[in-house]
Design a protein. Structure first.
Length: 320
C-alpha cells in the first residue's frame, strides 16, 4: 500500500505485553491475541508456513537464466510492518503475509526464495539494477510506476477506520465522519481522502472532520483508548492486525486506497521486460485456485483483501 509504509514493531510488542503480561520473566512470547484462542497469531520464528508444490507448466514461464540459478531473489522492506513483514520473537527471522505469499509463488515456480530486506527506496533501486527478480512488499499499482515496472496483483489495497470495540458507529462515506475526531498519518492517501471528505461535509452544511496527527503509531492507539479521538484511519492490514492482537478495537469501515477513483491493488513488482510477470501471475492464479493463498490471508487476518485472480498491469492509482 505504502500509504503508510510502517507500523512500528513496538505496536505489536506493546499489544502483546499488555495481553500476555502474565508470562514469567524468562518466557518468550510466541503469539499475540487472546491466550489459547484459535485466532491467536503466531509470531515465533517457527512459522509452519503454508507451502506449495512445483507446477512444471508454470515454472517453464520463468526465464532460463533464473531457472538455472535455482533461486528467486525477492526484495522486501526492512521496516517492521505487522502483519505484512516484520521480525519474529527471535528478532532476526522475517515473518508476515508478504513473505508467505512470495514463498508460495517461489514453491510453485520450483525455486528457492532468497529474501533480501532493504529500505523502501532501495526496493526500486534493486529492481532497476536487476539485483532483485521481484518485490513482494505491499507495493500499490500506480500509473506512474507502470512506466518502469510490471505488476501481478495479489491483494486489494484497502484502508480502514478503526474505533473502540463495541461502538455502533459505522463509516460508509463523508457524512458519517462529520463532526468526528479522526487521526491520520500526514502525507498519506488516507489523509487526502479525509481532507476531501471534510470539505464535502462543509460544502453540504455539515460539520468538518476534526483531524488529529500524532508523531508515533502507538500514540494513535493510546488516543483511541483514552477517548481523545473517535477513530484512526489507516492501512487495513495494520488495523486488522491490531484488532486481532489487542482485542480492544474494531474496524467500522473499509475503503479503497485509491479513494473513489480506482480500487487500489497490491502486486508482485518486477522490472518491465524482465519476463517474469507472466510467471508471477500464473503462479498466483494457481495458489488462489488451490486454496493455499486463502489460508495465508486467513492466518494473518487479511481475508477481506483477497483477489479472485491475479491481474497483470491493471488500472493503477492516477498520477498526482
Amino acid at each position: 500500500m505504502q500509504t503508510r509504509r510502517t507500523l512500528v514493531a513496538a505496536v505489536a510488542a506493546l499489544t502483546a505485553s499488555a495481553l500476555l503480561g502474565g508470562c514469567g520473566d524468562g518466557d518468550v512470547q510466541e503469539s499475540v491475541g487472546s491466550k489459547g484462542s484459535k485466532n491467536a497469531i503466531n509470531i515465533s520464528p517457527d512459522q509452519h508456513r503454508v507451502r506449495g508444490k512445483k507446477v512444471d507448466s508454470i515454472a517453464a514461464k520463468v526465464p532460463a537464466a533464473i531457472r538455472e540459478r535455482g533461486t528467486l531473489r525477492i526484495g522486501g522492506s526492512a521496516d517492521a510492518s505487522a502483519p505484512l513483514g516484520f521480525y519474529a520473537t527471535d528478532d532476526k527471522t522475517r515473518i508476515g503475509s508478504e513473505i508467505d505469499i512470495a514463498t508460495l509463488v517461489a514453491d510453485t515456480l520450483g525455486l528457492k526464495v532468497d529474501f533480501q530486506p532493504v529500505s523502501w527506496e532501495n526496493l526500486f533501486v534493486g529492481l532497476d539494477s536487476s539485483k532483485f527478480d521481484g518485490v513482494f512488499s505491499n507495493v500499490t499499482v500506480t500509473e506512474e510506476r507502470k512506466e518502469k515496472y510490471d505488476f501481478a496483483t495479489y491483494r486489494l489495497d484497502d484502508l480502514a477506520f478503526e474505533a473502540k470495540k463495541g461502538t455502533s458507529w459505522r463509516v460508509k462515506g463523508p457524512k458519517d465522519v462529520a463532526g468526528k475526531t479522526v487521526s491520520v498519518a500526514s502525507g498519506t492517501n488516507q489523509e487526502k481522502i479525509l481532507v476531501d471528505w471534510s470539505k464535502q461535509n462543509e460544502k453540504a452544511g455539515r460539520k468538518p472532520v476534526d483531524i488529529k496527527y500524532f508523531q508515533k503509531d502507538t500514540d494513535y492507539y493510546l488516543a483511541l483508548q483514552s477517548g481523545r479521538i473517535d477513530a484512526y484511519f489507516g492501512p487495513n492490514p495494520t488495523s486488522a492486525y491490531h484488532v486481532a492482537s489487542a482485542g480492544q478495537t474494531q474496524i467500522i469501515g473499509r475503503f479503497s486506497g485509491g479513494g473513489d477513483q480506482v480500487q487500489g491493488k497490491i502486486a508482485a513488482t518486477t522490472k518491465k521486460g524482465s519476463g517474469l510477470v507472466d510467471a508471477y501471475a500464473a503462479a498466483l492464479d494457481h495458489v488462489i485456485q488451490d486454496g493455499s493463498y486463502a489460508k495465508v490471508l486467513k492466518r494473518w487476518g487479511l481475508s477481506s483483501e483477497a483477489v479472485k485472480k491475479s491481474e497483470i498491469n491493471p488500472p493503477g492509482l492516477p498520477k498526482p
